[in-house]
Write a protein that binds this ligand. Structure first.
Ligand SMILES: Nc1nc2c(ncn2[C@@H]2O[C@H](COP(=O)(O)O[C@H]3[C@@H](O)[C@H](n4cnc5c(=O)[nH]c(N)nc54)O[C@@H]3COP(=O)(O)O)[C@@H](O)[C@H]2O)c(=O)[nH]1
Length: 658
C-alpha cells in the first residue's frame, strides 16, 4: 500500500515536471514573436508620439526597450543552447520571469511616462499600442498564467491611473474602458492558460500510454531487456542488413545451468532478483550496438552485429565475447544474504552462414546450447549442421511417442526373477513401444527422450497403473501366483515429482494391491540428489510395505552412506559386471564384493543379465540367490508371464509341492 502511494506520488511529480518543461518550451518558442512585437509596437509608439512627448523621454524609453530586447534575445540564445533543459528547467523559468517582469516595466513605463494629459488623440494612439501589446501578450505568455497576469497588470494599471488622473470626461471614459479591458484580459489569460496546461497534460498522458503499450509489447517486464518479439524484429532487420552489406552477425543463446535449482530451493523472489542482475551484467558487457534479450525463464539471447572478416576471425571474436559473458556471469551474485554461483551454457549460430531465417537461427543457437549442456555445461558451443539432423530425429521420436501414449502403443513386458531353486518369485516390468508397423522401439532409445520432454510423468504413471492392474489380476489367480512381486523402474524425474509417494499409494489402493508386492527400482542418482526429500518419500512408502531396490548397482556413485541409511531391500548387480564374470577377474571380484557387502548389510541381492549356466554357477558359488536374465526368460507379454507362472505352479503341484 505504502509502495503504491509512493510510486503514485512519484508518477504525479514526474508528470508535473514534464508538463512544466513543455510549458517552458512553449514560452521560449514564442519569444521570437514577442521580440518582433516589441520592436514593431515600440517603433510605432516612437513615431506616433514624436513631438507630443519630450524627445529625451521618448528616446530614453526606446533605449530601455532595446535593452530589454537584448536581455530577452540573450536568454533565448542561452535556452536554445542548453544541453539539459529538463534538469535546468527551473533556472530557465526564472530567466523567463525576469524577462517578463522587465517587459512589464518597460511597457508600464510607456503607459505612465509617455502619457499626454489633455491630448486625447495621442492618448488614443498610446492606448491602441498598449492594448495591442497586452492582447498579444496573453496569448504568447499563456503557458504561465502568472507571467501573463503580471504583464497585463503592470502594463495597464499605470496607464489606467494616468487616464483617471487626467480628470477629463473623455480620458476617464477611456480609463474605464481600459480597466474593463484589463479585467477581460485577466479572465482570458486564465482560460487560455488552463486550455494550454490541459492540452499538455493530455499529451503527456497519451505519450505515457503509448510508451507503456510499447514497453509491454516489446520489453520483458522483469529485466526490462527486449523480449522475444523485439529480438525477432531486430534479428530480422540485422540479417537483411548483414546480407546487403556482406557482413555477419551472431546469435548467442544463453541458459543458466543451475537456475532451476536456485529458484526451487531459495524461492522465486531470489530467482527473479538473480535474473535482473544477470540482465544488468549482460548489458554492461556488450557494445552499444549489440542486443541482449530475455526469451523467458532463464533463457537469454545476445545478438552481436557487424562482424567482419573471414570465418576464423569471426569465430574467434564471437568466442571471445561469449567467454567474457560466461565469465562475467560466473562471478558470484549477492542476493538476499546468499552468495549465488551460476554457470552458463552458450550456443552460437552465425548469420547468414548458419541460416538466413530468424526462427532457424534461434533454433540452431538453441540446439548448440543444448549440446553445450550435454558436453558438461558451462561451455560455449558453435552450431554444426549435424546437430540439426539429430534434433529433427529427436523431435520426430517425441512426436511419435506422444501418439503412442494416446493410442495404446505402449506395452508392459515382464522378465522373470528366479530364486536359487529355479522358482519364480517376481518379475521386472519393462516398457515396450510397439510402432504402428509392428516394430519395437527400445526403452533405452525413448526413455531419455521422455525424460527430456517431461513425457516421463505420463509414461511413468501409466507403467505404475498397468503394473498394479496386472498385480491385481495375479492376486485373483489360483494358488501359486499370489506371492509374486513386480518391480518397476522409476526414473529420477518421476521420483522427484512432489506427490510421487501419494500417487503410488493412491494407485495401489485403487487396484486393491498389497503394497508389499510392489518393488520400486531406483538408480543411484536418485538416492544422492536431494537426499532429504528422497529419504522422506522412501520412508513414507516403506512404512506401507512398498519395497525398494537399487538398479544398475556399481555403475554410479556407490556411496555406502545411503546403503546404510535409506530403507532399501535389494541391490541389483548391473549386468555389465555379470556378463563377463567368468572371464574377467576384476568383474568377478566386484560381483563377489557386492554380494558379501549386501549380505552384511542385510540386503537381498539380484544378479541381472544372467545368460549362461557357467555365470549362474559362479554366482551361486559367491552366495547370490536371486537372478534375472535370458537364461531364465526374456521379457515377455503379461499373458505369457501368467502362462509361465501357471505352468510352474502345475509342475510344483505335480511334484507334490504347493
Ligand atoms: N523409467 C523406466 N525405464 C525403463 C522402463 N522399462 C525399461 N526401462 C529402462 O530401459 C532400459 C532398457 O530396457 P530393456 O531394453 O527392457 O532392457 C532390459 C532387459 O531386457 C535387459 N536384460 C535382461 N536380461 C538380460 C540379459 O540376460 N542379457 C541382456 N543383454 N540384457 C538383458 O536389461 C534391461 C534391464 O535393465 P534394468 O532396468 O537395468 O534392470 C533399461 O535401463 C531399463 O531400466 C520403465 O518402465 N521405466
Amino acid at each position: 500500500m505504502i509502495i503504491s502511494a509512493d510510486s503514485r506520488n512519484q508518477a504525479e511529480l514526474k508528470q508535473r515536471h514534464t508538463v512544466f518543461v513543455h510549458q517552458l518550451e512553449l514560452f521560449y518558442d514564442a519569444v521570437k514573436l514577442t521580440l518582433t512585437a516589441h520592436v514593431v509596437n515600440g517603433t510605432m509608439l516612437l513615431l506616433f508620439l514624436q513631438g507630443a512627448v519630450a524627445q529625451d523621454l521618448l528616446l530614453g524609453w526606446y533605449a530601455g526597450l532595446l535593452m530589454l530586447l537584448l536581455y530577452r534575445g540573450y536568454t533565448l540564445y542561452g535556452y536554445r543552447h542548453e544541453t539539459d533543459r529538463v534538469l535546468h528547467a527551473r533556472r530557465w523559468y526564472w530567466h523567463a520571469m525576469i524577462g517578463v517582469a522587465l517587459a512589464s516595466l518597460v511597457w508600464g513605463a510607456a503607459g505612465y511616462l509617455l502619457f499626454t494629459p489633455g491630448d486625447l488623440y495621442h492618448q488614443a494612439l498610446l492606448a491602441f499600442v498598449i492594448a495591442g501589446m497586452t492582447a498579444g501578450g496573453i496569448t504568447v505568455l499563456a503557458s504561465f498564467s502568472e507571467a501573463a497576469l503580471l504583464f497585463i497588470s503592470i502594463v495597464l494599471i499605470p496607464f489606467v491611473f494616468r487616464l483617471f488622473q487626467a480628470g477629463t470626461e473623455d480620458s476617464m471614459q477611456m480609463g474605464a474602458l481600459v480597466a474593463l479591458f484589463l479585467l477581460l484580459l485577466m479572465i482570458s489569460a486564465r482560460r487560455i492558460h488552463q486550455t494550454v496546461v490541459e492540452g499538455l497534460n493530455l499529451h503527456y498522458q497519451r505519450q505515457q500510454a503509448e510508451e507503456t503499450i510499447i514497453r509491454q509489447a516489446f520489453y520483458d517486464e522483469l529485466t526490462e531487456l527486449p523480449n522475444r518479439r523485439m529480438l525477432q524484429d531486430r534479428l530480422y532487420q540485422d540479417v537483411a542488413r548483414a546480407i546487403r552489406h556482406g557482413v555477419n552477425g551472431a546469435v548467442l543463446f544463453l541458459d543458466l545451468d543451475n537456475f532451476k535449482h536456485i529458484n526451487d530451493s531459495l524461492g522465486h523472489s531470489v530467482g527473479d532478483e538473480l535474473l535482473i542482475k544477470v540482465a544488468s551484467r549482460l548489458r554492461h558487457h556488450l557494445r552499444e550496438e549489440d542486443t541482449a534479450a530475455r526469451l523467458g525463464g532463464d533463457e537469454f539471447v545476445v545478438l552481436l552485429t557487424d562482424l567482419e572478416g573471414d570465418e576464423a576471425r569471426i569465430s574467434s571474436r564471437v568466442m571471445q565475447v561469449a567467454d567474457q559473458v560466461r565469465m562475467a556471469l560466473a562471478n558470484p551474485f549477492e542476493i538476499a544474504g546468499h552468495e549465488l554461483h551460476v554457470s552458463t551454457s552458450i550456443g552460437v549460430a552465425i548469420y547468414p552462414a548458419d541460416a538466413k531465417n530468424v526462427d532457424d537461427l534461434l533454433k540452431h543457437a538453441d540446439t548448440a546450447m543444448y549440446r553445450a549442456k550435454e558436453r558438461g555445461r558451462n561451455l560455449v558451443q558453435f552450431f554444426l549442421p549435424s546437430m540439426q539432423v539429430a534434433v529433427n530425429e529427436l523431435l520426430a521420436l517425441e512426436h511419435d511417442l506422444r501418439k503412442a501414449i494416446s493410442s495404446s502403443g505402449l506395452l508392459l513386458y515382464y522378465q522373470p526373477q528366479v530364486h536359487r531353486d529355479g522358482r519364480v518369485f517376481g518379475a521386472e516390468a519393462l516398457l515396450r513401444w510397439q510402432r504402428e508397423d509392428g516394430s519395437m522401439v527400445s526403452p533405452a532409445e525413448f526413455i531419455p527422450v521422455a525424460e527430456e520432454t517431461g513425457l516421463i510423468y505420463l509414461i511413468g504413471g501409466w507403467v505404475l497403473e498397468e503394473a498394479c492392474r496386472n498385480l491385481a489380476e495375479l492376486s485373483s489367480m489360483e494358488a501359486g501366483c499370489d506371492l509374486v512381486s513386480i518391480a518397476i523402474n522409476v526414473s529420477p524425474k518421476q521420483f522427484r515429482q512432489r506427490d510421487f509417494a501419494g500417487h503410488v499409494v493412491a494407485t495401489l489402493k485403487r487396484f486393491g494391491v498389497d503394497p508389499g508386492r510392489l518393488e520400486l527400482e531406483v538408480t543411484e542418482s536418485v538416492l544422492v540428489t536431494d537426499y532429504q526429500d528422497t529419504a522422506e518419500k522412501m520412508r513414507q512408502l516403506r512404512e506401507l510395505g512398498v519395497r525398494f531396490s537399487i538398479d544398475d548397482f556399481g555403475t554410479g556413485y556407490s556411496s555406502m552412506a545411503y546403503l546404510k541409511n535409506l530403507p532399501l531391500d535389494a541391490i541389483k548387480i548391473d549386468q555389465s559386471f555379470v556378463r563377463d564374470l567368468t572371464t574377467d577377474p576384476s568383474d568377478a571380484s566386484i560381483v563377489e564384493t557386492i554380494i558379501v557387502m549386501s549380505r552384511h548389510l542385510g540386503l537381498k541381492v539380484i544378479a541381472e543379465g544372467v545368460e549362461t549356466e557357467q555365470t549362474l554357477e559362479v554366482l551361486k558359488a559367491y552366495g547370490c540367490d536371486n537372478y534375472q536374465g535370458y537364461l531364465f526368460g526374456r521379457p515377455m507379454p503379461f499373458e505369457a508371464f501368467k502362462q509361465r507362472l501357471t505352468e510352474e505352479s502345475n509342475t510344483s503341484v505335480d511334484r507334490g509341492g504347493g
